[in-house]
Design a protein around this ligand. Structure first.
Ligand SMILES: N[C@@H](Cc1ccccc1)C(=O)O
Length: 500
């Protein structure tokens, strides 16, 4: 019998009595595991080998599991402490927690598992310990010990519980093994020869005419192959493209402009007083570069006048210092509303006549503290509509229409304050996993102190929405740091999809 080389090697390495795993056979034949798998399936189809499959579960301790293995599970420590301190009587919670040496989240963990394991009850601020319970035989603790020693734990429920407590990681792997069938043994005894097989048709084979004589390898689409993690569009990029499509569909044009910009565009045009806390180094990333030289002259004067004296007949300014040098200093923009100012002033584009709709989806930079909902760099979905007689209803309706395109039907509005809009409100959406209301944007109608210096006589409604927060609502991500930055969750990014 003539067979492809890999199949011959596998037949010769396999045994009729002793099931060998793909890994073992790969070792013995010096072939790649995926080549052995493919050969095994081909031989199985010929009836020469049998392929057995089992699913191996491996369990390894997480860091938290390791910590509790050494220090004791929190509930076990609480039981021991309550038993020793109370000698049969309930003990005040603080005392038991202190004696058990529980800290921070360990206290909640101890309480969450205490009654479940029959260690006693926690009632009215007191902990009582059940004298019959024996924490020394705690099955979860015993399982942690066994796993750490490299022993296996067979109780699937127990393993699931430890996994849901975050104390072990469970992993499943299909292990295949190969044995020779009677036909396989017969074939070997009669003799098998290696035939050269070809797995792709080349120009050489065609021109030489050899293609007519060679044996072609068959494809087996079921054979195991290593997973290939190819390049992939980032979920935020997908989200941002989708947002742009939606806004273009709603009749908006896109704005563009510098990430590092003069404070004039970032703050002064927005009637942000120069002594506003957001303008100090606490919130702002100042850049040590020469100031901006080319600000539009007339506009600078009108903005300064608005800050000093306000606008209109009963206008009132801030009566605080205003300096042109301060306005010319360059920083990373803390919001992309700087682009709106450039466009509304006609500086970035031609003088605009109403109605107009503009948007951008670009980065903003803030000296915030990193946490589950804050990044130092994030994407803002900026936008504005310029038209006669706009009202807050128009603004709310625009958001409802926008978010509906992402399956978000329920948004809430909360009154808010911005120095540049009146009225202003923040937007909230419900997180699909945690049910928490999270802030997703800020908006309002630009006030006269902003519009008049820009030479705009009609209404302008505007907003800044957070792209990452929108992504949290649509993907269910619970921590913004999973999405981008050094702590990004690669597994999540490989699998997350932009849905709409
Ligand atoms: N600049 C605001 C968003 C906003 C833009 C325009 C008008 C009102 C609010 C922010 O970053 O939160």
């Amino acid at each position: 019998m003539r067979l492809p080389q890999a199949q011959v090697a596998l037949l010769e390495a396999a045994s009729a009595t002793d099931a060998k795993t793909i890994e073992q056979l790969a070792d013995e034949t010096d072939l790649k595991p995926e080549t052995v798998t493919r050969a095994a399936f081909d031989l199985r189809d010929e009836g020469l080998v049998a392929v057995g499959e089992r699913v191996d579960e491996s369990a390894t301790l997480t860091d938290e599991g390791e910590t509790y293995r050494e220090a004791g599970l929190p509930e076990v420590r609480l039981h021991r402490a309550a038993r020793e301190a109370g000698e049969g009587d309930p003990v005040p919670m603080g005392e038991a927690v202190g004696a058990a040496g529980l800290e921070g989240p360990e206290v909640d963990i101890a309480l969450a598992n205490y009654a479940r394991k029959g260690y006693g009850v926690v009632d009215a601020g007191e902990v009582s310990a059940n004298g019959d319970a024996d924490p020394d035989t705690d099955p979860e603790a015993a399982a942690l010990d066994a796993l750490a020693e490299g022993e296996s734990v067979d109780d699937a429920d127990l393993l699931d519980r430890l996994e849901s407590r975050g104390l072990v990681d469970l992993d499943e792997r299909t292990v295949r093994s190969v044995t020779l069938t009677d036909d396989g043994v017969t074939a070997l005894m009669e003799g098998v020869e290696a035939a050269e097989t070809v797995d792709r048709l080349t120009p050489d084979l065609l021109t030489s005419g050899d293609w007519a004589d060679v044996e072609f390898a068959e494809y087996n689409v079921e054979a195991d192959a290593p997973a290939v993690e190819g390049g992939h569009e980032h979920v935020l990029r997908g989200m941002s493209e989708r947002v742009k499509d939606v806004l273009v569909g709603m009749g908006f044009q896109e704005m563009d402009g510098p990430h590092a910009d003069a404070d004039f565009w970032i703050n002064d045009c927005l009637f942000m007083p120069q002594d506003h806390p957001a303008r100090t180094h606490w919130d702002r990333f100042a850049l040590d570069v020469p100031p901006v030289a080319d600000l539009p002259d007339g506009l600078v004067g009108r903005v300064e006048a608005a800050h000093r004296d306000g606008v209109g007949e009963d206008g009132d300014g801030y009566h605080s210092p205003w300096s042109e040098d301060f306005a010319r200093a360059i920083a990373l923009r803390g919001h992309t509303t700087s682009l709106s100012m450039r466009y509304l002033s006609g500086y970035a584009d031609a003088d605009l006549e109403p109605p107009q709709r503009y948007f951008s989806v670009q980065k903003a930079y803030r000296n915030d503290t990193l946490d589950a909902t804050h990044l130092l760099e994030f994407y803002q979905i900026e936008g504005w509509v310029m038209a006669e007689d706009l009202s807050v209803r128009d603004l709310m309706g625009t958001f409802e229409e926008f978010y509906r395109q992402f399956g978000i039907e329920e948004i809430r509005f909360k009154p808010h304050y911005n120095p540049y809009t009146e009225p202003s409100f923040e937007l909230f959406g419900e997180h699909p996993e945690t049910g928490e209301e999270i802030e997703i944007g800020n908006s309002g109608m630009f006030r006269d102190e902003v519009l008049e210096p820009l030479g705009i006589e009609c209404d302008v409604m505007a907003w800044g929405l957070a792209l990452e927060r929108l992504a949290m609502l649509t993907t269910g991500a619970e921590d913004i740091r999973d999405l981008h930055g050094t702590l990004a969750d690669l597994e999540f990014l490989r699998n997350a999809e932009v849905t709409y």
